[in-house]
Design a protein around this ligand. Structure first.
Ligand code: F6R
Length: 242
């Protein structure tokens, strides 16, 4: 594991964007796994800057998002598709046919999950997966559980996650109770993983994930087994590591 403890959110975002940009420059048709939430917004901003200033070329990349709420319409401004378009895809030269996000409106979730896995396989697998982490140590929407779910699946969101994500909604009742998420094996099969975290409220999840026992009750702990994991966290999130 490569661990970078940086001063603040901006430094985390810049370093993360450098790693993504290096990946794309080294392999133009990289397959990139993407996350939503507050954590990667700064990284997306930096990548957009690189596209504008240095002509960083996204035209050949393919992307797979970790998750999408269920049921939510893609045009709903709380959907993760909407988030991705607004915060990243609308500002870069990605081919929109190369964007993959689980369909949060499907009536056949089993089929949707199977198709998502197949698409990842057909694309040659994920080269670089970006991850945030929940305060309960979830990765993607793999919530603390008594077993690791391997593949893309329908998840019942944890009370903690619903409460925490309610900051993006009008009220806690508006947060969908379910989501479609890549599984642990889907994530772990990525050739490289980049985990980002900032702020005091992530310190416990980071400590347990990086230093604690590998158990499904702490989904992020599985990352200790990955062969090419880079972790970029700010000082606050690193509080219990030092
Ligand atoms: C988002 C995702 C989640 C978030 C996590 C942290 O696609 O899969 O695991 O990364 O909930 O969210 P923020 O960054 O909002 O603290």
């Amino acid at each position: 594991m490569k661990l970078y403890i940086v001063d603040d959110y901006n430094a985390m975002s810049k370093k993360a964007a450098d790693i993504v940009s290096m990946q794309i420059k080294t392999k133009q048709n990289s397959v990139i796994g993407l996350a939503t939430g507050s954590t990667p917004i700064g990284m997306y901003k930096e990548l957009i800057k690189m596209h504008r200033k240095e002509k960083l070329d996204f035209s050949k990349i393919k992307t797979f998002n970790l998750d999408e709420y269920y049921k939510i319409h893609p045009q709903d401004n709380q959907s993760y598709r909407y988030y991705m378009m607004k915060n990243f895809f609308n500002h870069i030269n990605i081919d929109h046919n190369n964007i993959n996000i689980p369909n949060g409106m499907t009536n056949d979730t089993e089929r949707e999950c199977k198709l998502y896995e197949e698409k990842i396989q057909e694309s040659g697998g994920i080269d670089l997966q970006i991850l945030g982490i929940g305060t309960n140590a979830h990765i993607g929407f793999n919530e603390p559980n008594n077993k690791f779910e391997p593949y893309t699946h329908l998840v019942n969101l944890d009370k903690n996650t619903i409460k925490s994500n309610s900051r993006f909604f009008r009220s806690v009742e508006d947060v969908p109770a379910k989501a479609i998420s890549m599984g642990i094996k889907t994530i772990m099969s990525s050739r490289k993983i980049l985990l980002l975290a900032n702020g005091d409220n992530k310190a416990q999840a980071i400590f347990e994930s990086l230093k604690g026992p590998i158990v499904p009750q702490v989904p992020g702990s599985i990352l200790q087994l990955h062969k090419d994991l880079t972790v970029i966290i700010d000082k606050k999130a690193a509080r219990y590591l030092e």
